[in-house]
Design a protein around this ligand. Structure first.
Ligand code: SAM
Length: 654
C-alpha cells in the first residue's frame, strides 16, 4: 500500500472529510491549517503517516502542516478533488455547520457564451457552461476583499465621454439628504466582480444607501441566460450570502433592500435574509405577474408558473418609511348608491341606485365618477377593532335614528359619516388624477399584476433576453422607499434598468455589472437616458433628458488569465497559460510548480474540461485585481492620473 492509499484510507474514517466516497480536499486543508485536534489524532494513529508528517524534537511531536497540505493537494489527490470544491453547504452542511458560519467566498465569472464541454460528441447534447465559479476556503482568502484599484475613469454627459477630472461632492445635496457634506454625489457605473467592488466602495458609502434593489441570477439551471445562472444550490446560497452581508453595511438606518427572485431559491433566500437582515426587519414578499399562461410549454407538472417574487427587508424596520403607493383599478361596483340630493345636506340625504343615477344623468359610469364622485357611496360595517369610544357611542346612537346621517368631526383625520350603525364611504376618496384623467385607485397590495412585462424588449434601447425588468417595476420600488437625491444601488445591474429609472427620477445611483454587454450595456442605455430616451417611464414622468454619470472599472491583474483559461480551445494553449501563471507568480501558495511540470504527461491525458478545472484551481485568487494598498508599486506601472483619482476615492475616509 502506498502512503497515498494509506492516508486516503485514514481520512475516510472521519465523516467530516468525505462526501459520496470522495475526500473533501478543501476541508482537509482547512482543518490541517487550523491544527484540528481530531484530524491530528487521526493522523497520529497511523505510524507511517505519523512518521511522514510529524517531526520529533526533544520528545515533542511537531506537525509539518505545509508538507501535509502540499501532499494532499498534489496530483494524486486531484482526481478526487473535484468533489472537494463541491462542499455540501446548503443551509447547514453535512457536518451540521450552518451557512451563516461558513467563511467561504464564492467568486464568479458570468460568461456571455456557453462553451462546449470537452468530450461532447453529439451536436444535440445539451450545451453546458464550464466551471466559472470558484469556492475559496478561508485560508485562501487573504487580500481578496481589500479595496481595489479602479481604472478607465470617464465622465459621460450629453456631449459625450470626457476624462474624469474628479468626483463631485456637492455639500448642498448632501445637507438636503442628511449625509456628510463630502459624500460623493456622482452617479457611478462600475464594471467588475460585484463582491470586490462592494468591498472597495464600502468606506465611501457605508450607511448611506437608501435603497438596494438586486435581480441576481435565479439559479434556474437554465443555460439560455447569457450570464452564469447555473450554480449548485449551496454554491448559489454562499454566493448570495457573501454579497448580502456586505450589502447590508451600505444601507442607511432607514434604508431597505429588495431582491427579485423566482421560486427556485425563494424559500432559501428568505431564510438567508432572515439571518442576515434579522427576521424583525422583514417588510414583505411581493408576487409579480411576469407572464400569461398562454404560450407556456408544460415542462413542469402542475399549474403554470407565471410569477416572480420580490423580497423586501429593512435595515431597521422601525425607521423605514413607506411612501404610500396606489394602483389604478376598474370602477368598484361595491359603491352602488348615489346621493340624490347632496346639496340639501347630510340630514336630508336620500339614496338611489347607481343605475338610476346613470339613467337620470344619461352618462357613463366614468363620467358620473368624474363629475359626482362625492355622491357615489357605499355602506360598510365599521371596523370595531380600531374605533375610539366616541365613535362607538355615535354608532349606537345612529342605530336608534336609522334615517339620519351622523358626522363625527376629527382633528387631522377625515370625518366619519354614519347611518343606521354603518359607515358611509365616498367614491371621492378612491380616485386620483393621472395624466389629466380621473381614475379609480386602491392601495398597492403585495400582488403586482398591473405591470406589463411584454413589450419591454426595447426599453432604454438595449436588449437582454429574459433577464431585463420593466422600468415601471423599478419606478414603483424606487418611489416606495426613496425620495429625490437618495442613493439607490444595484450590484447585479444587467442592462441598467434600476440606474436608468433612478436617473429619470432624480435619485443618485451606483450600478455594478461584471459583463460587457457592448451595444446593450448600461452605459449605452444611460447615454440614451441623458439624451432624452422616451421609452419606459419617460412619458409618464415627463422625462426630457440631462444629467451625467461617472464610469470606472476594476483594474484587472489575474482575471484576464481566468478569461484566457475559459476560452482556451486546446491543451497547448492551456500549457502556454500555465507557463504564464507560474512565471507571473499567480499561483496559489499550495501549488508546487515543479510537481506540475514533472507530471505534465498525466495532465495531457485529462479532458480539456478537467485541465481547465485544474488550472483554475491552481490560481491565487487574491491576485485577481490590483489592491489599492499596492497602487504605488512600480511593477503595476499605474498612470499618475489614475493614482490621483483612486486616492481621491479612498483618502477621504481612511
Ligand atoms: C438578471 S440580470 C439583471 C438584469 C437587470 N435587472 C436588468 O433589468 O437589466 C443579473 C445580472 O447580474 C450579473 N452578475 C452575475 N454575477 C455577477 C457578479 N459576480 N458580479 C457582477 N455582476 C454579476 C449578470 O452578468 C447579469 O447581468
Amino acid at each position: 500500500m502506498t502512503l497515498v492509499d494509506e492516508l486516503k484510507e485514514l481520512l475516510q474514517k472521519d465523516p467530516r472529510l468525505n462526501s459520496n466516497g470522495s475526500i473533501l480536499k478543501n476541508k482537509v486543508t482547512e482543518l490541517a491549517l487550523k491544527l484540528d485536534r481530531e484530524l491530528l489524532k487521526l493522523l497520529l494513529s497511523n505510524s507511517r503517516v505519523r512518521q511522514h508528517f510529524f517531526k520529533e524534537i526533544e520528545g515533542v511531536l511537531i506537525f509539518d502542516k505545509d508538507k501535509f497540505v502540499k501532499f494532499i493537494n498534489n496530483k494524486e489527490f486531484l482526481p478526487g478533488s473535484y468533489t472537494a470544491f463541491k462542499n455540501k453547504i446548503g443551509l447547514a452542511n453535512e457536518n451540521g455547520q450552518y451557512l451563516a458560519q461558513s467563511k467561504e467566498v464564492i467568486l464568479v465569472w458570468p460568461y456571455k457564451d456557453c462553451i462546449l464541454e470537452g468530450g461532447q460528441e453529439k451536436p444535440d447534447e445539451k450545451r453546458k457552461e464550464i466551471f466559472h465559479n470558484v469556492i475559496l476556503a478561508p485560508d485562501e482568502i487573504d487580500r481578496l476583499l481589500e479595496p481595489k484599484v479602479f481604472t478607465n475613469f470617464k465622465r459621460i454627459d450629453s456631449s459625450g465621454e470626457h476624462p474624469l477630472e474628479g468626483f463631485r461632492r456637492d455639500p448642498e445635496i448632501n445637507r438636503k439628504r442628511g449625509l456628510p457634506e463630502d459624500t460623493i454625489t456622482d452617479n457611478l457605473i462600475i464594471k467588475g466582480n460585484n463582491l470586490l467592488v462592494l468591498y472597495s466602495l464600502l468606506k465611501e458609502f457605508k450607511g448611506k444607501v437608501k435603497l438596494i434593489y438586486i435581480d441576481p441570477p435565479y439559479n434556474t439551471g437554465n443555460d439560455e441566460f447569457q450570464y452564469n445562472d447555473n450554480f449548485r444550490h449551496s454554491t448559489w446560497l454562499t454566493f448570495m450570502k457573501n454579497r448580502l452581508e456586505v450589502a447590508k453595511e451600505f444601507l442607511s438606518e432607514d434604508g431597505s433592500i429588495w431582491i427579485n427572485i423566482d421560486d427556485n431559491e425563494l424559500a432559501y433566500l428568505q431564510i438567508l435574509l432572515d439571518e442576515i437582515m434579522g427576521r424583525d426587519n422583514y417588510i414583505c414578499l411581493v408576487t409579480v405577474k411576469r407572464s400569461a399562461s398562454t404560450g407556456h410549454k408544460s415542462i413542469n407538472p402542475g399549474p403554470v408558473n407565471t410569477v416572480d417574487y420580490i423580497l423586501g427587508y429593512a435595515k431597521n424596520k422601525k425607521k423605514w418609511k413607506y411612501n404610500c403607493q396606489y394602483v389604478v383599478r376598474e370602477y368598484d361596483k361595491a359603491y352602488s348608491l348615489f346621493i340624490e340630493n347632496y346639496e340639501e345636506g347630510p340630514d336630508k340625504w336620500s339614496f338611489i341606485s347607481i343605475h338610476k343615477a346613470l339613467e337620470n344623468y344619461r352618462c357613463s359610469i366614468d363620467e358620473l365618477i368624474e363629475k359626482y364622485s362625492e355622491r357615489i357611496i357605499r355602506f360598510a360595517e365599521p371596523d370595531y377593532t380600531g374605533v375610539g369610544k366616541e365613535t362607538r357611542k355615535l354608532i349606537d346612537i345612529s342605530k336608534k335614528y336609522p334615517n339620519k346621517v351622523f358626522i363625527q368631526k376629527r382633528n387631522g383625520f377625515p370625518d366619519i359619516y354614519l347611518k343606521n350603525g354603518k359607515r358611509i364611504l365616498f367614491y371621492k376618496d378612491k380616485i386620483k388624477k393621472i395624466n389629466n384623467k380621473i381614475v379609480t385607485i386602491e392601495a398597492l397590495t403585495n400582488i403586482w399584476s398591473d405591470i406589463p412585462f411584454q413589450g419591454i424588449a426595447k426599453e432604454g434601447g438595449v436588449v437582454l433576453k429574459k433577464g431585463k425588468k420593466p422600468e415601471k417595476l423599478l419606478k414603483r420600488i424606487i418611489e416606495m422607499s426613496t425620495n429625490v437625491n437618495d442613493i439607490v444601488m444595484d450590484f447585479f445591474m444587467g442592462t441598467g434598468t434600476t440606474c436608468a429609472v433612478a436617473h429619470k427620477m432624480g435619485r443618485q445611483y451606483i450600478g455594478v455589472e461584471q459583463l460587457d454587454y457592448e451595444e446593450n450595456s448600461a452605459i449605452v442605455r444611460l447615454k440614451n437616458v441623458i439624451n432624452g430616451d422616451q421609452t419606459g417611464i419617460s412619458k409618464e414622468i415627463g422625462w426630457v433628458g440631462g444629467g451625467d454619470f461617472v464610469y470606472m472599472e476594476l483594474m484587472k491583474l489575474n482575471e484576464t488569465v481566468v478569461e484566457k483559461i475559459e476560452k482556451a480551445e486546446t491543451t497547448k494553449e492551456l500549457l502556454g497559460i500555465w507557463e504564464e501563471i507560474s512565471y507571473n507568480g499567480f499561483l496559489s501558495y499550495r501549488v508546487d510548480s515543479k510537481l506540475f511540470s514533472e507530471n505534465i504527461k498525466e495532465f495531457k491525458i485529462l479532458s480539456l474540461h478537467e485541465q481547465k478545472k485544474i488550472l483554475l484551481e491552481l490560481l491565487d485568487y487574491n491576485n485577481l485585481y490590483v489592491s489599492y494598498s499596492e497602487i504605488d508599486d512600480s511593477i503595476y506601472n499605474i498612470d499618475e492620473k489614475i493614482k490621483v483619482l483612486n486616492k481621491e476615492l479612498y483618502m477621504k475616509r481612511s
